[in-house]
Ligand binder design. Structure first.
Ligand code: SF4
Length: 370
């Protein structure tokens, strides 16, 4: 079986080329052909020696994931569903804005964290994606968009690891994929424009700060441990105080001087005045430099949860802003193609029976904290 070269960051590709008896600069040329020009046919890589092209044809390939479907929203958002084999599928979403093009990328088929409000979490966990499967989402999106828009300019300026899965639970595949995104010979994205979103895997946050410090978003979703235990089950392992300590440590290495806290607004559950007060108190007490991103929940029947009314979201945002915390409300994009946040569900075989566990959990009544 030949090796898919999308699996490698530049160091990995250099090691691969070395095994073929080739120097590092050949790997750099090859890397640029693949990622900057979207080439998959070795014969088209005209500045590579014929002998190398022949060697590559015998042992390597550049292969995207098969596309199951592509949907284009009226607002320009594009959602792809990719086949990752064995009955599993993952999604990537491109969100165009005036000043940027953002690709939301998946890191796992399903997710084992099982957040209550997350459609992916409800499907359970199937498997980690390989580095090549993470990179393939960007490779395909960037080069197919360039063709569609008839441009040779870069289309994707930002990547957010906020698709299906908890990226920090797939650390060894994630880091080389991030390196491909950042590499000047690859996509050349700035560290500030690549964001890893985590539900709070504390030890891996520390490792990421050393290995590849990119921008960090943390799925907070609750201002106190009892409520967060229920909404984000990982909180039972890494409670809020440990999580915020880890955020503060991360900030010493981060390319941005704040952490983004994601907060999904759930009607009557975490959107009350008292919750805003508790958040303000938490931020003041820990001194954490942060921004809040309030996310209107995208309801799905299995969750048993509802979207907070618009006025409630605005009032909540105002309370945080009035307390000096920069707060934005996420615009929902791609609603008409189910590409909004928390709607990336793909099609996943639940091998950890997470869906079953969550069905049991649903019998627990969530009460607003007083
Ligand atoms: S919100 Fe993220 S961590 Fe939580 S279940 Fe969904 S994909 Fe997993």
């Amino acid at each position: 079986m030949s090796t898919n070269l999308l699996e490698f960051d530049l160091d990995g590709l250099a090691a691969f080329c070395e095994r073929l008896g080739e120097k590092r600069f050949r790997a750099t040329q090859l890397f640029r052909w693949i990622h900057q020009r979207g080439a998959s046919d070795f014969e088209a890589m005209s500045d590579l020696a014929k002998a190398l092209r022949d060697k590559l044809k015998g042992c390597a390939r550049v292969e995207a994931l098969p596309v199951i479907s592509e949907h284009v929203s009226s607002d320009g958002t594009v959602k792809w569903l990719f086949d990752v084999g064995d009955g599993n599928a993952v999604e990537a979403v491109f969100i165009p804005e005036d000043d940027r093009g953002t690709l939301c990328v998946s890191s796992q088929a399903g997710c084992a964290v099982g957040c209550r409000f997350c459609s992916t979490g409800h499907q359970g966990f199937s498997r980690n994606l390989a580095t090549g499967e993470i990179v393939a989402q960007l490779w395909f999106a960037e080069h197919s968009l360039r063709k569609r828009l008839q441009t040779e300019e870069r289309v994707i300026s930002n990547v957010v690891m906020m698709g299906m899965g908890e990226p920090l639970q797939n650390y060894s595949a994630l880091v080389p994929a991030l390196k491909v995104m950042l590499d000047d010979h690859g996509y050349g994205l700035s560290r500030r424009r690549v964001t890893v979103s985590t539900s709070g895997v504390v030890p891996m946050m520390d490792r990421l700060s050393q290995d590849c410090p990119v921008a960090l978003a943390v799925s907070l979703h609750a201002p106190n441990d009892p409520l967060r235990d229920n909404l984000v089950p990982l909180n039972r392992k890494y409670p809020i105080s440990e999580l915020l300590d880890a955020c503060n440590r991360y900030l010493r290495h981060a390319p941005r001087d704040f952490i983004t806290f994601e907060y999904c607004m759930l009607d009557g559950v975490n959107d009350q005045v008292e919750h805003a007060r508790q958040l303000i108190e938490l931020v003041k007490r820990t001194g954490i430099r942060c921004k809040f991103n309030l996310i209107p929940f995208n309801p799905f029947p299995a969750s048993g949860l509802l979207r907070s009314p618009h006025n409630q979201v605005q009032a909540f945002a105002k309370m945080l802003s009035d307390a000096g915390i920069i707060t934005t409300v996420r615009k929902t994009r791609g609603d008409d193609i189910d590409a909004a946040c928390g709607q990336l569900a793909g099609d996943v075989k639940d091998r950890t029976r997470a869906a079953e566990r969550m069905a049991k959990q649903r019998t627990i009544v969530l009460k607003p904290v007083t």
